[in-house]
Design a protein around this ligand. Structure first.
Ligand code: ADP
Ligand code: NI
Length: 217
């Protein structure tokens, strides 16, 4: 069987360069963590490691949040890179299909993944949005976008369209209720579900402590 060790190394360098200056919680180290988590899940779920690793590496290179809401930038960039590197069509299709479907698009918007590899990468990406890492990223994102940490008069909203989710400018604590606490029930694989459980509990504990301190206790 053909291996793709050097393609994966080159892809890693390409992505590192592309995301070099991102300080919003979407930096290279997010990709690094998602890639490692995706490999752990892929091994225990027997998914194709090449597709999983390529999709994990390329999944955020053209994020809609940084391209005026344009969702087609990422898959186009990824596909261009893979075509330039003579990757077989079947792998390109599998990888780009995963990248297109990956993102969370609102509490009441379904984003079903059709392949095992897609389920694995989506689980890994979601795991990095929860737990200790997720808390850090939520506040990093909020700071980057000038959002308040919390405002008691602004309750969370459960968005039923990607448009509404996308245009939301609420405080960062709302994001826990609009996305982060919902992720554990959206995990695809058995391995991912088990990993999400611990991270979810940690966030609940964090929020309890947050509100206790908010109230002066
Ligand atoms: P995904 O990888 O599911 O597409 P995103 O790209 O939407 O995740 O978000 C990147 C990181 O920024 C995640 O950790 C996410 O939870 C966080 N984030 C996104 N939107 C907000 C927001 N409105 N407030 C706080 N954090 C956010
Ligand atoms: Ni991501």
């Amino acid at each position: 069987m053909e291996t793709y060790t050097s393609l994966i190394e080159d892809t890693r360098d390409f992505v590192k360069k592309e995301l070099e200056n991102d300080a919003s919680g979407h930096d290279w180290w997010h990709i690094f963590r998602v890639c490692n988590t995706a490999k752990t899940i892929a091994q225990s779920e027997s998914a194709d490691l090449t597709v999983v690793e390529l999709a994990a590496l390329l999944h955020d290179i053209g994020d809609w949040k940084f391209h005026n809401g344009d969702e087609s930038v990422g898959p186009a960039k990824a596909s261009k890179w893979l075509v330039e590197n003579d990757v077989p069509d079947a792998i390109i299709c599998a990888v780009c299909d995963i990248i297109k479907t990956l993102s969370f698009k609102g509490a009441n918007v379904a984003t079903p993944m059709s392949t095992l590899e897609g389920k694995v990468v989506q689980d890994a990406d979601r795991l990095d949005a929860i737990g200790a890492m997720g808390i850090a990223r939520a506040f990093a994102y909020g700071g980057h976008h000038n959002r308040l940490i919390y405002h008691p008069d602004q309750p969370p909203e459960l968005h039923d369209s990607f448009e509404k989710y996308k245009s939301n400018k609420g405080h960062s604590i709302n994001h826990f209720y609009e996305k982060l606490l919902l992720l554990k029930d959206r995990m695809n694989t058995t391995t991912g579900k088990a990993m999400a459980e611990e991270r979810h509990q940690f966030m609940e504990q964090y929020l309890n402590q947050f509100f206790k301190e908010w109230d002066g206790h």
